[in-house]
Design a protein around this ligand. Sequence first.
Ligand code: HEM
Length: 362
Amino acid sequence: MASTDHEIENRVSGSLLKNFGLEKALENLKALKIRSDAITWHRCFGALNLVLVVLLFISGSVMAFNYSPVPGIAYDSVDFAVFNLPFGDVIMGIHHYSWNVLLVVMGFHLLRAFVVGAYKAPRQLVWVSGIIILVIVPMFIITGDLLPWDQKGYWSTRVRLSIIQSVPYIGDFIARFLQGGPLTGIVALNRFYVLHTIFLPVLLLFSIVIHFHFIRYRGLSEPLFGEGKPIYQISFVPDMLSRWLILFIITTLVLGLASRYWTAPLGDPADPTDFSYIPKPEWWVLFLNQLVAIFKGPFSIIGTVVIPGGLLCFMIVLPFVDKSSDRDPARRIAVMVVAALILVFMTGLSLMGFIEHFLQKS
Ligand code: HEM
């Protein structure tokens, strides 16, 4: 008897799922159980990070349809998309606000993990993979800043490249590699575009998969506060997934509305001959900017490499140095004081930078 269209369709999609191993993956996902405390509110930052990354990928992919990485034309293509295409301002705004919010949410996620000692054994590699993500995200911002080819992005990139160039031994090589030569022109724009849209997304996706792999196999930390609440098993699908979807919808609506009211900034077209233009540093980089401003000449390496590199090393080695199993913050005074000092130091420098660049008249 001849098969109906419906049966053929089912057979084809079934064999496709099987051949690509999707059937097994779907079965595993359906059978996946997680602890009920994985959906407590103070764990929402991890899920929000994920939602923001997905939003960045979607909005970025849509923007790529109308973008052309050629100096001059790049600016016109962005300008046209934002002000003439339907929802162009919303797409660009969601992309712009998502990375700003992602930096803040990652900060809270890290802070929570630190305070409750979630970086300790057996979750050291969850923490380290998180730190790797923390390093990758700013690279997206730095490479993305040049893409609209406006004054701010262009001159901020020139400043960053000159800071990179000042790093002894490797700085000049890295700056030339990024620019593809001595000038910030078409080759630089192409390289930044490829890094931003191919290389870094692959690296970030890979790092997030690794982060989730370690979360799954090393397990989430036991609740520190509110002990006594019963913990039971829930299904990832639909219990967790539906919450992630709700979070995704709410975040998209909030950022979409914000983009309609406050259009993402796009300055004047870049003018590489306008040396009078002084870019203001972004809020998240104010403290690094101050370090560079404080340590000058032969001491510049302290601001560009020693202090930022030292902080990064401190965060990476933390779970391997702080080995005690005690997770209660009240009994981890030494490490809490060190973290508080670092926070005060970074906030103080950021405030100094804010006053200098945004409040004082030049
Ligand atoms: C795109 C960035 C990130 C995503 C999507 C992400 C996602 C998640 C998710 C969904 C969880 C489980 C729920 C929770 O505890 O919140 C988690 C846990 C964790 N994350 Fe991240 N994360 C990111 C960045 C980071 C960063 C920057 C760090 C800092 C080092 C970090 C460290 C941790 C730790 C230590 C845990 C375990 C928490 C616990 O067991 O209580 N993550 N992450």
